[in-house]
Write a protein that binds this ligand. Structure first.
Ligand code: PEP
Length: 251
């Protein structure tokens, strides 16, 4: 049986004091853990240490929002996987649609970052998803298949067993309108099927999260779908009470 996972992606939000308040509310309510659910918070880089200290001794786990595909050297402004490890990070988001669209990250870069994360012992959360135009054109299943296949081709199918996949339809991110549970379940089953064509055990084991306007109001219905193993939560993760309710929505 797969464990559920709920990850909060705080994006480029907050200040030292906002983040201090947010993490202390989360530790107070979720610090002893929620049965069967792994809970991950992904603050901006400068606050990783602050959040690691505040969450120390609790069940909350630290994630990062990005990493470099390179291990060290003259890459001004970049942060390596081993640096994240040093700051007690365990998960890292790879290939988020904002990285792909705003920073021109390719499938190749997402795959290289995925490999770099794994080499440092981090668990990548690989984001995939189609744009609204691609969905309207009937290309959603193929776009997501291409994104998954690229990473499987580079990293190998076995690596997927030690990773997390997040299906995040680009049109649903930050829009206030999530995919319906039927749309999400269809894509999650498709992703699991793609992996099963390589290795059924890997497909059965991998956690597949849904992301895109998850809220306290829709989480329970989404998380009840058989192939949805939790969520990657953006906006709603900045509000402690919403995120707490989302984490407790896993049945
Ligand atoms: C995200 O950016 O990963 C995300 C899911 O954002 P939101 O929940 O705000 O749609």
């Amino acid at each position: 049986m797969r464990r559920a996972l709920v990850a909060g992606n705080w994006k480029m939000n907050g200040s030292r004091s906002d983040i201090g308040e947010l993490i202390s509310s989360l530790v107070a309510e979720l610090g002893d853990g929620v049965n069967g659910v792994d809970i991950v918070v992904c603050p901006p880089f400068p606050y990783l240490n602050q959040v690691a200290d505040a969450a120390h001794g609790s069940e909350l786990v630290l994630g990062a929002q990005n990493l470099s595909e390179y291990s060290s050297g003259a890459y001004t402004g970049e942060v390596s996987a081993s640096m994240l490890q040093d700051f007690r990070v365990r998960y890292v988001i790879v290939g988020h649609s904002e990285r792909r669209s705003l920073f021109a990250e390719s499938n190749q870069q997402a795959a290289s970052k995925f490999v770099a994360a794994r080499e440092a012992g981090l668990t990548p959360i690989l984001c995939v998803g189609e744009t609204g135009e691609q969905r309207s054109a009937g290309q959603a299943l193929q776009v997501v298949a291409d994104q998954i296949d690229f990473v499987v081709g580079v990293a190998g199918i076995a690596a997927m067993a030690e990773a997390v996949i997040a299906y995040e339809p680009v049109w649903a991110i930050g829009s206030g309108e999530s995919a319906t549970s039927q749309q999400a379940q269809e894509m999650h089953a498709h992703i699991r099927g793609l992996l099963a064509a390589h290795d059924e055990d890997v497909a059965a084991a991998v956690q597949i999260l849904y992301g895109g306007s998850v809220s306290a109001a829709n989480a329970e219905e989404l998380f009840a779908c058989p192939d949805i193993d939790g969520g990657l939560v953006g906006g709603a993760s900045l509000d402690a009470q919403s995120f707490i309710r989302i984490c407790k929505s896993v049945s």
